[in-house]
Design a protein around this ligand. Sequence first.
Ligand code: MTE
Length: 331
Amino acid sequence: MLIKKQTGIEIPSAEITPEHVYHSRRRFMKGAVALSATAVLAAACNPQSNTSNNVPRGSAATTGEEGSEVGQVAATTDELGDSLTEYQDVITYNNYYEFTTDKQTVSSMAGDFVTSPWQVEVGGLVRNPGMYDIDDLRTRFDQEERIYRLRCVEAWSMVIPWMGFPLQKLLAEVEPLPEAKYVRFETLYDPEQMPGQKSSWFEWPYVEGLRLDEAMNDLTLLATGLYGKELLPQNGAPIRLVVPWKYGFKSIKSIVKIELVDTQPVSLWMAAAPNEYGFYANVNPEVPHPRWSQASERRIGDLGRRETLKFNGYEAQVASLYAGEDLRENF
Ligand code: MTE
């Protein structure tokens, strides 16, 4: 993710070399530099830089252990014929700011994150609120394989075979009340385990939200695994959201709370940079991020770039949700 806070010290990320970025971040971590957090973050995640999209293939230092096998992956492509992203890339190139802003060290930093026992509170404007144990969620709902494209707002993408169940099944159980208009999600808040949460750059915990009809769409998945294996911490274990037609930051990881509400939730990214990250965040090649184009993307593992598809290629399934709405206004 990239962010540019209104702090007054703003360094265009394109002007910062990767080496400079590296040293800036190091110094910042040691608390010795008064460089703005935004400059560091923007630079660390600059989609134009050579480093951010350079995934080391099979690098032993960062691969960590694989998840436990719980199923099999039959397909090798998505419905468009695009190849699956390699497992090693999916588990070693991550955005998880609760641990670090460095994509390539998330996996090693998150290795000891405790994901069991784990409970998810589901409540708010519902008839049947409840506390769900993760094991219960895994067995109560059939686990389906869904191969989805993940398009990060930073303009890189992957194709991932997820396992999980549609959020609509859980919502049907708790029965939203008529006043419920939105669903609000929260990630665990535990700064001892997640050192990134000690930083005051963001309002923790990570929060995301969907409109109720988006949450009820069949594509919207609560994922518990990928590639036929249990989710690893770096990918949001033990349970995360996957909303494939929206930028990746909507797909909140390590969820502990799901709440039905009547007002539009303010996500962590909306609070941090409202002019850059909106509530809807639908993938839209026609609407550039204020600081870079969204017209194309780099598929991890590929050379070169490809055109970004409207709604990330899921237009047929979701465009009707926004009929008559201004997608530029509601970005
Ligand atoms: N969820 C939490 N709690 N914290 C995060 O930093 N990053 C988001 C999203 N979910 C993030 C998060 C972003 S920006 C992206 S692109 C995806 O997770 C990346 O998912 P992946 O690392 O499994 O590919």
